[in-house]
Design a protein around this ligand. Structure first.
Ligand code: GAL
Length: 831
């Protein structure tokens, strides 16, 4: 009977295919293959779509990864807390595929790196599995749901993200990569290989490699080898053993290896070995698995911070949400790499994946680029947050063990990962039995990875002392507690302390409001960029630095945030308490201003402020811009950030005097929630001059031991005459994924950025590339991201160009803007 139905299904499928969409023929290979191409997609709430015979001919054909919410439109009917975008609803993805004849008798597994959210996967109409959490990778063995090899199968994925489910923009749909793998009946289990380095010295590193072999059939004698290869793919060491498997998934293998004279993985030399596990039967390779290996020692000292490879490394960290600005939640390797490159240029050495498990691509890039990761699992446990009525609390009981275990299993071999966070500002902090939750989750992490420590972002002091949550984690992670570091260190003697979330200053690139005063809602819906403004629970970077300097035991900080992200437009929009999620009162303010870098990837002044503390190469930065026609003769504060000893300001060539970093302080009004008596802070971390404005130029010159080490000059710009397009990369790969990010600058005749230019520019492209998104860092506009036009925002915009698969050649991007001369840019798309 079953066979007949299957036959019918496959005949229908073939007829249907002939009329419309071709099924993808999976290549025969034991390697995992991309499963991203040729999906049919529709926003539709119809469970019939699970059935193979369902007619999806009119649906859109798309490639994954895909985020349906980013296409918009922005609308007041969606909460600005979630970016003012349609992040909820039901949508389906369907794909036809044929498993080749050679795969007869193999196991077939599909893997999803993350689906937002409440996914249900059906294969030929039958449920393969459900997964509510949108940030976790999962895999289904679909062998028993497939029709005969050589015939067509239909996989259908329902995604049903809910409204009020997140405190930021989560994205929607299959926004991470998907994979299919053919395996022998006996094979290496996915995510079960565990590599650790218990002893490391200059002369050798001991490596323990463990894995698990699953035998669905053909149990018996197998050889398992572990080979360690160096970064040039040369064999360093290997070990082989023979095992006898039993049917089931309990066949574990463990081996010890030694690397002589290991090269360390470090932040400035992220040297990577890899471990190849090979399964052989009678000499024939029947499965392989590759895992990353970095030889590095990590220690967390209660009185002396974080140590990497035997030396203290101060955590210079940023919290990052997962979205890629105008691209939405879609995972794109180059977009993530660019984000991390910009962060590294600011001096960042660590990222906290706020507040959820990251994509594998981010973790691999962190391995490759030498960035330390704190991987966070949850923003909510069992107690719901504010008005996030459809948050993770709904799934906590049933899924938290599996989700947390998988978070760890998927990323535990990556050397970049230095700690796990079990939660951010979870409400159990205030519950008397909060410790029970923390204890349970910590033990789940330890079972999957005994080599790293566990933290959590705790915010409610002293409530978290009473609930004993901090007793159950290894590192006391503190959100916005700079002024309490001293107290907390005394209270938790023996435990390392970390600023898991700090600062939360808000600013908008290129905006300066006068007079400079404490945070207020401004009619522009932007925030002035004097880096003086923090909401009531937060504080300026200077306060954090002062307290870190006073308490060197603290490991360092993760600022909120490195990049602006979609959603949470504080101080605009709303507050969670008692407003039923109404975040639209300052519409169209719809994305955050917390970043040191804006949504388009352009540095704000704060980028340079952190650079002045976190980098050594001499630098100096000056703000504001110098176009104030209505302020001639009025006093304007000019601020400099520098890592040099002294800075001198020149206005129209006339020195305004040298100031000494750390000595000539700047008085900044501050409001600290927990220190009501503090009304201002005299900052030794920035310099300021009051200048009577005259058009012309300002120039800052930085000195070390009296010698000029860096300079920056800003001119009063004239009228906008030209638009310059600058590509971040002039050669991209023709793989249909790679990107070139093109910065659009509106300039005057002399080439100065016109700092308030808002010209509308229409872009056009020739050659084998497409414009997939535009942006400008404006947090309060409803202009779409998926478009080929954009207004400049404070002089700048961004165009994102993607290559076309297999199409090589020259791509030319140009534009049209009324009365402006647009200078085109060329990019080469190469094989
Ligand atoms: C923190 C929270 C973050 C973000 C931030 C804004 O309390 O953990 O997710 O909301 O506030 O300042």
């Amino acid at each position: 009977m079953k066979k007949q139905i299957l036959k019918l299904v496959s005949i229908l499928g073939l007829v249907f295919t002939a009329l419309t969409i071709h099924a993808e023929n999976i290549t025969y290979s034991l390697e995992k293959q991309s499963f991203n191409a040729n999906w049919q997609f529709a926003i539709i709430d119809n469970d019939q779509a699970a059935k193979p015979s369902f007619n999806d001919a009119k649906w859109r054909t798309i490639s994954l990864p895909h985020d349906w919410a980013i296409e918009g439109p922005f609308s007041k009917k969606y909460s600005a807390r979630n970016g003012g975008l349609p992040v909820f609803g039901t949508a389906w993805y369907r794909k036809r595929f044929v498993v080749p004849k050679q795969a007869e008798g193999k196991r077939v597994t599909v893997t999803f790196d993350g689906v937002m959210a409440n996914s249900e996967v059906y294969v030929n109409g039958q449920l393969a599995g459900k997964r509510p959490f949108g940030y976790i990778g999962f895999a289904y063995d679909i062998t028993d749901l497939l029709v005969a090899v050589g015939s067509e199968n239909v996989i259908a994925v329902k995604t049903a993200p809910e409204n009020y489910a997140s405190r930021w923009y989560p994205g929607s749909g299959i926004y991470r990569n998907t994979w299919i793998e053919l395996d022998n009946q006996t094979h290496i289990a996915q995510w079960e290989t565990q590599i650790s380095t218990p002893n490391i010295s200059t002369s050798s590193a001991k490596v323990i490699a463990k894995t698990q072999i699953n035998s669905f059939a053909n149990a018996g004698k197998y050889d398992v080898s572990f080979d360690i290869l160096d970064a040039d793919e040369r064999l360093v060491t290997a070990v082989e053993q023979t095992i006898t498997t039993q049917i089931g998934n309990k066949n574990s293998v463990e081996a010890k290896l030694t690397i002589d004279q290991p090269i360390r993985w470090d932040v400035d030399n992220p040297y990577r070995y890899k471990v190849i596990t090979t399964l052989r039967k009678d000499g024939n390779v029947i499965d392989t698995d590759i895992q990353p290996l970095g030889v590095r020692s990590i220690e967390y000292k209660a009185d002396d911070g974080f140590w990497l490879n035997g030396r203290r490394v101060q955590i210079q960290g940023v919290c990052l949400h997962h979205d890629n600005g105008p691209l939405g939640a879609v995972v794109n390797e180059r977009a993530i790499e660019r984000k991390l490159e910009i962060m590294q240029a600011m001096g960042v050495n660590s990222v906290r994946t706020a507040h959820n498990p990251p994509s594998p691509e981010l973790v691999e890039l962190a391995d490759k680029m030498g960035i330390l990761l704190q991987i966070e699992a949850f923003d909510t446990w069992k107690k719901p947050k504010h008005t996030v009525v459809n948050g993770y609390h709904k799934y906590y009981d049933e899924w938290s063990e599996q989700d947390l275990t998988d978070t760890v299993r998927i990323h535990r071999n990556n050397p970049s990962v230095i700690m796990w966070s079990i939660g951010n500002e979870i409400y159990e902090q205030k519950k008397n039995d909060g410790w029970k939750y923390a204890k349970r989750l910590t033990s789940i992490v330890k079972a999957a990875d005994p080599t790293r420590l566990v933290t959590a972002g705790l915010s409610d002091y002293p409530a978290f002392v009473k609930s004993k949550i901090a007793d159950e984690i290894d590192i006391v992670g503190l959100n916005y507690k700079a002024t309490e570091y001293g107290d907390i260190i005394k209270r938790y003697k023996g435990k390392p302390i970390l600023g898991t979330e700090t600062s939360s200053v808000v600013s908008t690139r290129g905006e300066y409001h006068f007079p400079v005063k404490p945070l207020e809602k401004h009619p522009s819906k932007y925030v002035s960029s004097y880096d003086n403004y923090a909401p009531y629970w937060a504080y300026i970077p200077d306060v954090e630095w002062y307290n870190l300097d006073k308490n060197p035991a603290v490991m360092g900080e993760y600022i909120w945030t490195g990049f602006d992200y979609l959603g949470e437009p504080t101080p605009y929009g709303g507050r969670d308490h008692g407003n039923k999620f109404y975040w639209n009162q300052d519409w169209p303010a719809r994305s955050s201003s917390f970043g040191a870098v804006d949504l388009a990837g352009f540095p704000k002044d704060r980028f340079f402020m952190y650079q002045s503390r976190w980098t050594k190469k001499p630098m100096v930065h000056v703000l504001p811009h110098w176009n104030w026609p209505n302020k001639v003769g009025e006093s304007i504060p000019v601020v400099a950030y520098s890592n040099a000893e002294e800075v001198e300001l020149f206005v129209n060539g006339v020195s305004q005097g040298k100031k000494v970093m750390g000595v000539d302080t700047v008085r900044i009004p501050v409001a600290l929630r927990y220190k009501k008596n503090i009304k201002h802070f005299d900052s030794p971390y920035r310099l300021q001059w009051l200048v009577n404005y005259q058009p012309g130029d300002i120039k800052v010159v930085a000195y070390n031991q009296g010698k000029v080490v860096a300079e920056k000059q800003v001119f009063t710009a004239g009228m906008a005459t030209q638009v310059k397009l600058t590509a971040d990369r002039h050669a991209i790969t023709a793989d249909g994924k790679d990107l070139s990010f093109i910065t659009v600058d509106v300039l005057d005749a002399k080439g100065n950025l016109v700092p308030n230019a808002d010209n509308l520019i229409h872009f056009s492209i020739e050659g084998p590339g497409k414009i997939i998104a535009v942006g400008n860092g404006d947090s309060a506009t409803t202009e779409p991201f998926v478009a080929d036009y954009r207004r400049a925002f404070n002089g700048k915009a961004l165009v994102v160009v993607q290559s076309k698969k297999g199409k090589v050649g020259q791509i030319t991007v140009t534009g049209y803007s009324k009365q402006l001369n647009v200078l085109p840019v060329q990019i080469e798309s190469k094989q």
